[in-house]
Design a protein around this ligand. Structure first.
Ligand code: SF4
Length: 395
């Protein structure tokens, strides 16, 4: 991949420090010394991530910063920086980046200059005007270009989920989607190069009727927005059957590569407790239908949900359901540790039912038990299995 490397020395604040700046087609990297600190920016100059003093930082487009580090026990720790700490960190980074850009004097680095705190906040305000909150994405789609063809969740009643409780479900028409895409394109500017895939949001966007989805895809084509990696979206298992195999094949032909489906558990009693419609066999049928049409699938399992009461049945049912699915390479099984979100109903219902929550160690054991029991259709080409920690989501 072509990139340009520049070196400079920064010495205004203390000892001289060699700085390497690498300009790539999608990102600008800045490295102090041999290894760290290091920083990455998109081509509009927005900080994406930083590694400083053994800690990782991710900046969201809403100007919040997530800090991650390994605790003394080796377990991952994380916290959102308060506004003061975020401001101190970001202003320090942009001071360094601005001085490096001034020394190197390449016009492509001009985007690193002029980012004071009001400018960063104003950028976050622009983001909030273009998007409703981007509530969640699968981990492999954190760098997708989100296009909100719908708003909210068409179901919105699962007891553990409060991602979309702040908005009613709404399907956009082609004209409104066109205006949204124009706004998205203007917001990202040259930084759109970083976005390899298109994520059709919010939840269950593909539940929309086929004529409406065809209209969206026409708009995306006309806007020349379809990226090489194609289109990705959430869909719940109980919604997959609303489309025919021919519909799904058509969507695959028009660029839908993979859909993400929250099965949560293969235990039907637990599904009912979560107020999740459908059954484990519906989830299996959904994967069969999607795979048959040429759409890859990611199945999301929520580890720890149902606490001690459902633990054994959750492990057993989930192994059975996943093993019945024709999942192969290109598909993903995500294990998402349950996080009790304060405004969801699940916590109250679990207490009323006398359910003991599992500890972090028990949740990790549950994931290990499910993984150990899985028997995939094609052992030579199994799906990827990975962690999906919603506490790490940053857009
Ligand atoms: S888990 Fe999915 S289907 Fe259930 S309310 Fe949340 S977004 Fe909607």
């Amino acid at each position: 991949m072509p990139h340009d490397i520049f070196k400079c020395i920064l010495s205004e604040l203390g000892p001289a420090r060699p700085v390497t700046v690498r300009i790539r087609p999608q990102v600008i990297n800045l490295l102090v010394g041999d290894e760290a600190p290091s920083y990455s920016f998109d081509r509009a100059g927005r900080l994406i991530g930083a590694f400083v003093s053994g800690r990782n930082y991710r900046r969201g487009l809403d100007n919040r910063v997530l800090e991650k580090w390994s605790g003394p026990d080796g377990l991952r720790q994380r916290r959102w920086l308060d506004a003061g700490a975020a401001q101190t960190l970001l202003i320090g980074i942009y001071d360094l980046a601005g001085r490096a850009a001034a020394q190197i004097d390449d016009p492509r680095l001009a985007v690193l200059r002029g980012w004071d705190w009001p400018a960063l906040q104003a950028d976050a305000d622009r983001f909030a005007q273009v998007y409703r909150p981007v509530s969640i994405l699968p981990p492999d789609q954190y760098l997708a270009l989100v296009v909100q063809a719908t708003e909210g969740c068409s179901y919105n009643r699962c007891t553990f989920c409060d991602f979309y409780r702040d908005r009613p479900f709404r399907v956009k028409g082609p004209a409104e989607l066109w205006a949204h895409i124009e706004a998205v394109r203007a917001f990202f500017g040259p930084a759109i190069a970083l976005r390899k895939s298109l994520f059709l949001a919010d939840a269950n966007a593909l539940v929309a009727p086929m004529p409406r989805i065809r209209g969206w895809l026409d708009v995306i084509d006309a806007a020349r927005l379809l990226p090489r990696a194609g289109i990705y979206s959430f869909i719940d298992a109980f919604d997959v059957g609303r489309k025919t195999p021919a519909d799904w094949a058509e969507l695959a032909a028009r660029g839908v590569r993979r859909v993400y489906s929250g099965m949560e558990t293969g235990d039907d009693a637990l599904l009912r407790f979560l107020r999740k419609p459908g059954s484990a066999s519906d989830a299996v049928d959904a994967v069969v239908r999607l795979k048959g049409a040429g759409v890859a699938v990611s199945v999301i399992v929520m580890t720890g949900i149902g606490g001690d009461r459902f633990a054994a049945a959750h492990v057993y049912g989930t192994i059975r359901a996943l093993s019945e699915m024709p999942l192969v390479a290109g598909d993903i099984v995500y294990f998402s540790p349950f996080v009790n979100r304060p405004s969801s109903e699940y916590g109250r219902l679990a207490i009323e039912a006398g359910i003991r929550p599992l500890s972090a160690a028990e949740i990790a054991d549950q994931e290990a038990a499910i993984r150990a029991g899985l028997r995939f259709h094609d052992p030579a080409h199994p799906p990827q299995c990975a962690r999906y920690d919603i506490r790490e989501f940053v857009y």
